[in-house]
Design a protein around this ligand. Sequence first.
Ligand code: AP5
Ligand code: ZN
Length: 214
Amino acid sequence: MKIIMLGAPGAGKGTQAKKIAEKYTIPHISTGDIFRANIKNNTELGQKAKTYMDKGELVPDELVVDLIMDRFKEADCANGYVLDGFPRTIPQAEALDKALAANGEKVDFAINVEVPDENIINRMSGRRACVGCGATYHIKYNPTKVEGICDACGEKLILRDDDKPETVKNRLSVYHEQTQPLIDYYAKKNVLAEVDGTKDMEDVFNDIVTILGK
Ligand code: AP5
Ligand code: ZN
């Protein structure tokens, strides 16, 4: 099963993609996580991506497309995947379709997690990310057992650089301009499903399972 998560920054794509990956035993591929891992390891790709990410801008399409095409070659992608943060522009979506079509494949579901802009800033300012394993939490909606410490690996939690309110505002306008057109793109391909992302995390997940099937 090949699934795409659509939605504004902070809509809960990563939160739901992780649950989908566990339930359907497919890999969760987050381009944002891959970039953050490269920044942490100070790779050339990480250095390039950081200049865009810190401003809330998108990383150039060719960098992202090359990265994702390499990721698809790994063995764990054989039965599909859940893509979180890719595609984010029409050219990225077209590159994905072209690569899939070359193998007679296509996207099965594009799930749009809908959350109004008013809720987004609140979510982002409360999000905390683990410096060790990248797990994300929320100080109010998904707190850790011990404040500031990751439940999964015991490392400390931080506020992402791009989760500061000024950058979030820019990420939202970039989203509306460059990523929102993908909703129509996938609607026209009859693979779009919409879920109300303002519900509790578990309720959102149940709605997604209803769409994907048990
Ligand atoms: P990326 O990491 O993909 O960021 P994003 O799309 O902005 O998404 P987020 O990770 O911020 O949010 P999310 O929707 O996953 O929400 P989450 O589940 O964490 O990308 C970062 C940057 O990398 C981009 O700005 C760009 O520069 C670059 N990049 C990445 N991919 C790219 C691409 N393809 N092309 C070009 N550039 C690219 O949830 C948010 C918070 O809310 C959490 O604290 C969570 O606990 C909480 N929460 C989740 N669900 C609920 C709920 N139902 N109720 C209450 N709280 C909730
Ligand atoms: Zn951790």
